[in-house]
Design a protein around this ligand. Sequence first.
Ligand SMILES: Nc1ncnc2c1ncn2[C@@H]1O[C@H](COP(=O)(O)OP(=O)(O)O)[C@@H](O)[C@H]1O
Ligand SMILES: [Mg+2]
Length: 361
Amino acid sequence: MKEKDRIHYGMIKESRFPVSLFAIYLGVLFLMSGIHTGLIAYMNEANWDELVQVIVPMVYWGIVAVGLALFTRKKMKSTYEVPMHKMAEATSRVANGDFSVYVSPLHTSDKLDYLDIMIMDFNKMVEELGSIETLKTDFFSNVSHEIKTPIAVVQNSAEMLKNTRLSVEEQQMYVDTIIQASRKLTALITNILKLNKLEKQNIQPVMEEYDLCEQLCQCSLQFENIWEEKEIEFEAELEDKVLIHADECLLELVWSNLLSNAMKFTEKGGTVKLTEISTEEEVIVSVSDTGCGMSTDTMKHIFDKFYQGDTSHSANGNGLGLALVLQIVRMFDGTIQVESDPGKGSTFTVCLPVRREEVKV
Ligand SMILES: Nc1ncnc2c1ncn2[C@@H]1O[C@H](COP(=O)(O)OP(=O)(O)O)[C@@H](O)[C@H]1O
Ligand SMILES: [Mg+2]
């Protein structure tokens, strides 16, 4: 429980049957027995019939007992039964898969008691369950959609290939399309499996000491074709050598995803810059570009699975890249920050706390 909630808990009413209620009972009984004594004295003085003198107190106490029993019943009903019935109805709706349930607390926020807190916690639980359920459903529909698209491409191309009158170039084109679609499918499945393993923490990082600068250089070189083709100016500002202790393969995924996004979302003639600096405690790597940038709304979702803000590039990627990046960065207790200006460009900055030895060559 959060500290804030705990303070909140300390301020709530401890009991739904406060001591004052029992004081009322006691007061009423004293008053009634006083009236009883007065009644006896009056009947004696008035010389009422003996039988009547016995019956009147009996009827009197009968009425008092019924009154008190009815009052207690009403109090118990409003205190426990009504809210419990409401809760029972709500829990049964949740059990049947309805996560839109909301039970309103019985009191206003300044007069909360433990039942109100229970109701509020219940509402919170249902909301959480609902969002997990939505995530699950979204995940399945996203996966199905992402798988269906390349399969449809393969199917279409294969059907076109059946046509014997196609020229060699046309055949080649369809074969290439099939290869591309199956690569996309393989990349998608690999990413899903990797992400799943990372989320379940099934991946044991292979920690070894290696040169991060060397890795960043090698990784950048993989994109040489793209930056040449798109006439992108690529700048790298790296230290000479920084030895870090981490999982090389996993971090490779981080840099290649950030660089591939930067290249992908930067128009022809733009600039992509890779910077690395390190301090005693951390290594900071940033990838900035002069590409299309993102709106604040898009930025809120970029780490969500399957989210693709810019649909014009959706054929190239599956929206899992940054979700993977975030999981990996978190795995190494790092942070990732994004700054972006729509139309001007974006900067992704990864900070990794690492044990390292720095050797300047
Ligand atoms: N450098 C960038 N510039 C602009 N938008 C970006 C950049 N990097 C990521 N994004 C946004 O974040 C979304 C999610 O990125 P990612 O998870 O890598 O998926 P994908 O690359 O498959 O679209 C992208 O679709 C895009 O909208
Ligand atoms: Mg990507």
